[in-house]
Design a protein around this ligand. Structure first.
Ligand SMILES: CC(C)(COP(=O)(O)OP(=O)(O)OC[C@H]1O[C@@H](n2cnc3c(N)ncnc32)[C@H](O)[C@@H]1OP(=O)(O)O)[C@@H](O)C(=O)NCCC(=O)NCCS
Length: 142
C-alpha cells in the first residue's frame, strides 16, 4: 500500500469513495479538497482509502482535526484506516499539533477502535451532528 498526498487526478475516485462510505450524505463542496489536505491510500494504482484533515489553534494549542477517513469496503479490516490516521497524525505533529479531535457516531465501532487504540477519549455528545443522528467528539494528545 502507498500513502501519498492527493493530487487533482485522485479527486473523482475520492469523491466516489466518499459517496460509497457515506450513502445519503451531501457531496463535499466543489473546493473542499483545496481547503483540506488529503492523504490517499492506493494499491496497484487503485484508491483504497483517504483521509482529510486540518490544523488549527484551539485555545492556543495547535490541534489536528480529522475531517474524513474512508476505506473501500473490500479493503476494510486490514489496517488501512489506522495507517491513514497515523500518517495524518505524523503530519500534524510535524507542524506542531499537540492534540487531535474527531467526530463520529456512537455506533461507528471501527472508527472508535482507532480512536481508543490511540488513547483518545469521548468527551462530548453533539446532537444531530450527522443529520438526525447524534455525534460524539473524541479528543486526545498526539
Ligand atoms: C472507519 C474506517 C475508516 C476504518 O477503516 P479500516 O481500514 O477498516 O480500519 P482498520 O482495519 O485500520 O481497523 C482499525 C481498528 O478498527 C477495528 N475494526 C475494524 N472494523 C471493525 C468493525 N466493523 N467493528 C469493530 N471494530 C472494527 C479493527 O479491529 C481495528 O482495531 P484494533 O486495532 O483494536 O484491532 C472504515 O470502516 C470506513 O471507511 N467506514 C466508513 C466511513 C466512516 O464511517 N468513516 C469514519 C467517519 S467518522
Amino acid at each position: 500500500m502507498k500513502l501519498e498526498m492527493m493530487t487533482r487526478k485522485d479527486e473523482t475516485a475520492i469523491r466516489a469513495l466518499f459517496t460509497e462510505c457515506h450513502p445519503g450524505m451531501a457531496e463535499r463542496p466543489r473546493r473542499w479538497f483545496q481547503a483540506y489536505p488529503t492523504l490517499v491510500a492506493s494499491e496497484d494504482g487503485l484508491v483504497i482509502g483517504f483521509t482529510s484533515f486540518s490544523v488549527s489553534a484551539y485555545t492556543g494549542v495547535p490541534m489536528l482535526g480529522g475531517q474524513d477517513l474512508c476505506v473501500r469496503p473490500g479493503a476494510r479490516g486490514t489496517g488501512v484506516g489506522l495507517a491513514l490516521h497515523l500518517e495524518r497524525c505524523a503530519i500534524g505533529q510535524a507542524v506542531g499539533a499537540r492534540m487531535f479531535t474527531g467526530l463520529t457516531t456512537e455506533d461507528n465501532h471501527a472508527m472508535i477502535a482507532i480512536f481508543k487504540r490511540c488513547g483518545y477519549h469521548a468527551c462530548q455528545a453533539v446532537p444531530k451532528a450527522f443529520g438526525e443522528q447524534d455525534g460524539v467528539v473524541w479528543l486526545g494528545t498526539l
